[in-house]
Design a protein around this ligand. Structure first.
Ligand code: ATP
Length: 236
């Protein structure tokens, strides 16, 4: 039971960004994808969710279902939710309306109440702010709202792109705690993070993407002690 990326070659038009990467996200827990700016982390998430990036060879399989050539909305239906970098909420719509946009997929329709209850159990602050315009939430609350919107489609796998970006350390802690809760509830999380130390603390397994290829992979605890990771990404 996993989301498997097999020998994936992907990019944008004539530009190849990923040159045959392999990674696997189990149905529960956190896997993190690390790498320098421009290494192709966002492109990996885009290729999995079917947004922008195009796949020229290799495969994306969700528990045996081949997603590789599926349109993005069918991938949502299959159980993929992508929480993009930079929040991208609709600022003039209420928190409730933003959340409802996430439950548009048929797999979530008719389950609104159950899904909302589950989301509120993880994000109690959002319940208090349902009528508030999303643009008037604090940065941390907006990030929570973006992740909550991703959960509204009842995903089996959640792709998170830089959820800590631009947040104060205390808020980052809260976001990470939420991610651990989600991963403990039977959702496989693929976490892309600039903050390598933080990402390795949340994850059970980690991959490092360098020059379009996965160069290091292993249990997060091992990567914390890997000299290459310590030098290049932890400044040690
Ligand atoms: P960052 O941490 O800076 O977001 P990243 O590892 O997520 O970096 P990507 O955003 O996946 O990296 O970018 C990988 C490469 O693909 C970069 O060279 C980038 O310029 C290029 N790229 C990204 N998006 C597009 C696009 N829509 N069209 C063409 N090239 C793109």
């Amino acid at each position: 039971m996993a989301l498997d990326i097999v020998d994936l070659v992907a990019g944008y038009g004539d530009i190849t960004v990923l040159r045959g990467i392999n990674l696997s996200v189990p149905a529960q827990g956190v896997v993190t994808l690390l790498g320098a700016n421009g290494a192709g982390k966002t492109t990996t998430l885009n290729a999995i969710s079917g947004l922008q990036a195009s796949v020229s060879s290799g495969a994306i399989r969700l528990e045996g279902t081949d997603l590789t050539r599926m349109p993005a909305h069918e991938r949502v239906e299959a159980g993929i939710a992508h929480v993009p970098q930079g929040r991208q909420l609709f600022p003039f719509m209420s928190v409730r309306e933003n959340l409802e946009l996430g439950s548009y997929a048929p797999r979530a329709r008719g389950h609104d109440k159950d899904v909302l209850d589950r989301v509120f159990s993880i994000f109690p602050r959002l319940k208090e702010r349902l009528r508030q315009q999303a643009g008037s939430l604090s940065g941390g609350e907006q990030q929570m709202c973006t992740i909550a919107r991703g959960l509204m489609s009842k995903p089996r796998y959640l792709l998170l792109d830089e959820p800590s970006l631009g947040l104060a350390p205390i808020v980052v802690k809260q976001v990470m705690s939420v991610i651990r809760q989600i991963a403990g509830q039977g959702i496989g999380v693929l976490l892309v993070e600039q903050n390598v130390a933080l990402a390795l603390k949340q994850a059970q397994y980690a991959y490092v993407l360098e020059h379009s290829e996965i160069t290091i992979a292993g249990p997060a605890t091992e990567l914390q002690n890997d000299d290459r990771v310590r030098k290049a990404y932890l400044g040690l």
